[in-house]
Design a protein around this ligand. Structure first.
Ligand code: ADP
Ligand code: MG
Length: 633
């Protein structure tokens, strides 16, 4: 079959266009990173070839020595980065270079404001990769051929980084990809050996493949013209295999940017060589910031797996549980076979062992940060705390250790900052208090002002204010910490007896007896809307509140599930009345049946609203409220 040299012009996906426009301007102050990105991609492409060649050796085309070559041409004003990795076919070029096939990209782009400093930050977070070429180039030419296809299956892609690009079929004998940057007029300073060499050493020294540059070599004979010879520029040794004390912070950071596909420095890392039953090395990083796709199921770039320094696979998700999906880095095993597949990985005892050990290392790193660098830990918590909260459900065995890392806001903090640890809480527990009290709500304000907190405030008992979406889920899996049970202040009968005085208990009993008739009348008015009406032990300032059963979903979670389109059966709440409140007093003495009905409904409805709930019939509520307001005048 002959391949026609079909040349076509295609438009970039709208998001790509927008990104390109911003890249050149916003990232100019870090312009030399383009080379790091191209070398990083070349290295990834060689890794991918190695992985595919595990099952199809022919892909090497008898040239198994993988390398990356960086060269420049002063006269043509070009820099070229070439690799003999996996390469791309025509469709892959369209998909990988003309499109950003990541879900959430559009929403991400909408966050861009046009404010350069801010956008540069965001773009860094997104990771511009290949497109960083356009920081220094006004035209980029990419020639590529996929490993295993004949030389006539080459593809030429070219663009000046504006609205479109061209694609053409070409002959390309050498497997892999070659990217040529046609530099902008004012970038000529990049066109010298010393410059490129120093950029490569600074940013790409850790690349495990040789990075080669043709350099001028003078012979002994001073009159002889210089010879051009290829020279390896980088160390080309696996960074993680080197002794820790010989690796500089800068080297760790640049290595992270490559494995993490991140533009920013990592927050912290842990580098370990494990010996004994299992032998492996792990180098694991915490990113400085959550990637924009942290909440995507399809999130890419996890931990890379190597076997005896040989790259095996990317995103080896069996090496990290989901709640630690933000961890980046490499694990290099001496025990796994070189031809391990994803399937084997899933059921390998060795992998289970490595994973358990690596999780411990990450949790240890976090513990260390939490203890010794509160500022850094605060940053971590803000970015990844919500992911970590998935931990107790997913990793039951480590739940105590994970829970120690949690930070909450509480009634003892002034702001919504999450800074209270469970140990802090326990150290402040009152005599006789045996539970850790918490409330879940949609917002900090809703939690902090909830009527459910009144009695706790009065008694000086601390309550954790949980306002992240994942908190409900967390609390359904975290039953206790340090031997103390968790108790929602909005659920079940509050068992504050141990903390209550004899006098208080007496009063409670009396109140219940005195209000028996009232409670029955209120229940009659509200009918099926409530399960039962009872005297509250929770309230001091508000007249009424809603409470659900100990094991029922909280009304907050019920709403969340319903919002998510789930068919959740309505659970009926209890209505609790505060006998000390004047409105309840009025209700008790109200003899007019219709006014009694209105007042009862109003009490119920305001309790629903205070919970953050929605009224079934808001118009009637407003009517009742207005009637009451008028009656006041
Ligand atoms: P990332 O490296 O984070 O995936 P990039 O923008 O750097 O993002 O690259 C986009 C995609 O283009 C890569 O994922 C890869 O599929 C493809 N690509 C880029 N450079 C090369 C290359 N040298 N060889 C093969 N594919 C490449
Ligand atoms: Mg890249």
């Amino acid at each position: 079959m002959t391949v026609e040299a079909r040349k076509e012009t295609l438009g970039f996906q709208a998001e790509v266009q927008q990104l390109l426009r911003l890249v050149a301007h916003s990232l100019y102050s870090h312009k030399e990173v383009f080379l790091r990105e191209l070398i990083s991609n070349a290295s990834d492409a060689c890794d991918k070839l190695r992985f595919e060649a595990l099952t199809d050796g022919a892909l090497y085309e008898k040239a198994p020595d993988l390398k990356i070559r960086v060269s420049f041409d002063k006269d043509a004003r070009t820099i070229t980065v070439a690799d003999n990795g996996i390469g791309m076919d025509r469709q892959e070029v369209i998909d990988n270079i003309g499109t950003i096939a990541r879900s959430g990209t559009r929403q991400f782009m909408q966050k861009l404001t046009g404010d350069q400093a801010r956008d540069a930050n965001l773009i860094g977070q997104f990771g511009v990769g290949f497109y960083s070429s356009f920081i220094v180039a006004d035209k980029v030419t990419l020639r590529t051929r996929r490993a295993g296809l004949g030389p006539e299956h080459g593809v030429l892609w070219e663009s000046s980084g504006e609205g479109d690009y061209t694609l053409e079929n070409i002959d390309k004998a050498a497997r892999g990809t070659e990217v040529t940057l046609h530099l902008r007029e004012d970038e000529a300073e990049l066109l010298n050996e010393w410059q490129l060499r120093s950029i490569i050493t600074k940013y790409s020294d850790h690349i495990t493949l040789p990075v080669i540059m043709p350099v001028q070599k003078y012979s002994e004979d001073k009159d002889a013209p210089p010879q051009i010879e290829d020279e390896r520029i980088n160390q080309a040794a696996a960074l993680w295999a080197r002794p820790k004390q010989e690796i500089t912070k800068e080297e760790y950071k640049e290595f992270y940017k490559h494995v993490g596909h991140d533009f920013e420095d990592p927050l912290a890392w842990t580098h370990n060589r494990v010996e004994g039953k299992l032998e492996y090395t792990s180098l694991l990083f915490l990113p400085g910031r959550a990637p924009f796709d942290l909440w995507d199921r399809e999130q890419r770039h996890g931990v890379k797996l190597y076997v005896q320094r040989v790259f095996i696979m990317d995103d080896a998700d069996h090496l990290m549980p989901r709640y630690l999906r933000f961890v980046r880095g490499v694990i290099d095993s001496n025990d796994l076979p070189l031809n391990i597949s994803r399937e084997i990985l899933q059921s390998s005892k060795v992998v289970d062992g490595i994973r358990a050990g690596s999780v411990k290392k990450v949790l240890g790193l976090l513990e260390d940060l939490a203890q010794n660098d509160a500022e850094k830990y605060g940053k971590f918590w803000k970015e990844f705390g919500r992911a970590l909260k998935e931990g107790p459900a997913e990793d039951y065995g480590n739940r105590e250790q994970i829970a120690k890392l949690f930070r909450f806001s509480s009634t003892h903090t002034d702001s919504s900052d999450q800074i209270v640890t469970l140990s802090d809480y326990i150290s402040r527990m009152k005599d006789g208090q045996d539970k850790i009290y918490y409330i879940t709500a949609e917002s900090f304000a809703a939690a902090k002002n909830s009527p459910h907190l009144e009695i706790f405030r009065k008694k000086g008992l601390e309550v954790l204010l949980l306002t992240d979406r994942v908190d409900e889920w967390l609390m359904s899996h975290l039953n206790e910490f340090d031997g103390k049970h968790f108790q929602s202040v909005a659920k079940g009968a509050l068992d504050l007896d141990k903390i209550a005085s004899e006098e208080e208990k007496q009063e409670q009993k009396q109140a219940e007896d005195q209000h028996k008739d009232l409670l029955a009348k209120v229940k009659e008015v509200l009918g099926d809307q409530v399960k039962e009406v009872r005297v509250s032990t929770r309230l001091t300032d508000s007249p009424a509140c809603l409470v659900v059963d100990e094991h029922a979903l909280s009304s907050h979670l019920e709403r969340m599930l319903r919002d998510a389109g789930q068919n959740v059966p309505m659970s009926k709440p209890y209505l609790e009345l505060n006998p000390q409140h004047p409105l309840v007093g009025r209700l008790k003495s109200e003899s007019d049946a219709s006014r009694f009905g209105d007042l009862t409904n109003l009490l119920f409805e305001q309790a629903v609203l205070a919970e953050g709930g929605q009224l079934e019939d808001p118009a009637s509520f407003v009517k009742r409220l207005n009637a009451l307001l008028l009656a006041m005048g």
